[in-house]
Design a protein around this ligand. Structure first.
Ligand SMILES: *Cc1c(COP(=O)(O)O)cnc(C)c1O
Length: 230
């Protein structure tokens, strides 16, 4: 077995244990393999071990990599998106996790309509209120979701968030908890497409176990799976 296979197995075991600890089956948590700056050889290794959902941050890189890979894969866009790149993102990706303003939501919606398809999105929330991070502020999320209701092609599946960087995963816990609480509040106001099944994309290599304990339904893991990025 390759290192990537071993890593994948270990991560899946951790996911299962953490999901059970939060009273959910392992299947309630999806692993998004973050393949940014990883070559297609590494992606192929992960595919060979059964992984089929991947995340990419950079459109140019994705444009080069995605077409040469298997059609049955699912791709999540997890980078910052500019309106003038929305068309390309809609063409390449199955889920866009980083919608954080109405302008980008409208741009995605228009391009989805032009391509005659629906598109799943998550709203990115700046849970740590960090200046250098993208995302809508927690208190502005309700208004953004209200505005997104006017669109026609977007399936608003849930929220995505990244806590401030920390070496200690326990530091992330309160941010994950806040994002979960926000999602519950907003689902009670019926602001998602399926309010009984709201996705929460939170947790990366260093803190995905804590994120699952706090209710993550998607974890975005790169280095723990593929090793260090170049
Ligand atoms: C790079 C990245 C990840 C994965 O980070 P790792 O620490 O390598 O697991 C997850 N989410 C986003 C938004 C990223 O940019």
């Amino acid at each position: 077995m390759t290192t990537i296979c071993n890593n994948l197995k270990k991560i899946q075991e951790n996911i299962t244990i953490a999901a059970e600890r939060s009273g959910r089956p392992a299947g309630a948590v999806q692993l998004i393999a973050v393949s940014k700056r990883m070559d297609s050889g590494k992606i192929h290794q992960a595919i060979a071990c059964g992984q089929y959902i991947f995340g990419e941050n950079y459109l140019q890189e994705a444009q080069q990599k995605l077409p040469i890979l298997d059609d049955n894969l699912r791709w999540h866009f997890i980078g910052h998106l500019q309106s003038n790149k929305a068309r390309l993102a809609v063409k390449l990706f199955d889920v866009i996790e980083t919608v954080d303003r109405i302008k980008i939501a409208r741009a995605i919606d228009q391009h989805a309509a032009a391509l005659n398809r629906d598109l799943r999105i998550l709203v990115q929330v700046n849970i740590g209120r960090e200046k250098q991070k993208h995302g809508v502020l927690p208190e502005d999320t309700e208004e953004l979701l209200e505005s997104i209701r006017q669109t026609t092609r977007l399936t608003v599946s849930g929220l995505m968030g990244m806590p401030p960087w920390s070496k200690d995963p326990e530091t992330s816990r309160k941010y994950f908890r806040e994002l979960k609480e926000l999602s519950v509040l907003l689902s009670k106001q019926e602001l998602f497409s399926d309010n009984n099944n709201v996705e929460l994309s939170m947790g990366m290599s260093s803190d995905y176990v804590v994120a699952i304990e706090e209710g993550a339904t998607m974890v975005r893991v790169g280095t723990a799976l593929f090793g260090r990025r170049e």
